[in-house]
Design a protein around this ligand. Sequence first.
Ligand code: ARG
Length: 264
Amino acid sequence: MNKVLLCPPDYFDIEYEINAWMHENNQVDTELARHEWQSLVEIYSKKLNWDVSLVEPVKGQPDMVFATDCCLINSDKIFLSNFRYPERRAETQFYEKWFRDNGYTDLKTAQHKFEGGGDSLICGDRILAGYGFRSDIESHHELNQYFDMEVISLRLINPYFFHLDTCLTVLSKEALAFYPNAFDKDSQEKLRRLFPGIIEASAEEANGFGLNAVSDGHTVITSDHSASLLQKYRGRGFEVIATPVLEFRKSGGGVKCLTLSLSS
Ligand code: ARG
């Protein structure tokens, strides 16, 4: 059974501006956000029968709702984040506590700036890792040492796609999708070379947060705001479950940001 960890949006809000989506004058509709989050939890727990764990939200940590950012996890080994902005730094300790309370013992915190699943995606025996806005490229060496896996470094250049998981999605070991203009030329070429047939998303599809997706290799769960991209996923044989997450986009997040997958 798949296991995921989420954080209820009790304190989710726009209290600061640390990416191009966030504007303090574009506030979250708290009730709607709660409703969107609850629908996502029900997709996991009721529709897919996945095991959903929750970490206790902390007042004053509005972005803690984006559970994927706390670490990269692979086979119970956890590499904890070292957030770029002071506003988010405290989150790591609360997630670390959850992991320790829940029996995880193999944990290490990044020395260099590193933003967990926001900037790193496992694809087979490789780690795809972003840098340019949040994580430092030096953290990629740490990832390589800690997980003993090849790390493919990808440079992000578009401030609306500040985290790798906003512009690249791993649907299965072979099937990926990306928004080319979010990457520098070298990184675009690397992705096309390593993953022939990689799905290309348009600006509009990427802006709908359809690349910010969770996949178990068969079913893709993502934003309902990128209809044509979802058709591309279906065209490759994936089941797609689309759900509204636009309240979270006000903070630069979507389905994948809200979900830390614990089973790999
Ligand atoms: N407001 C959050 C930030 O700027 C959004 C994080 C989105 N997370 C992600 N995995 N893309 O840090």
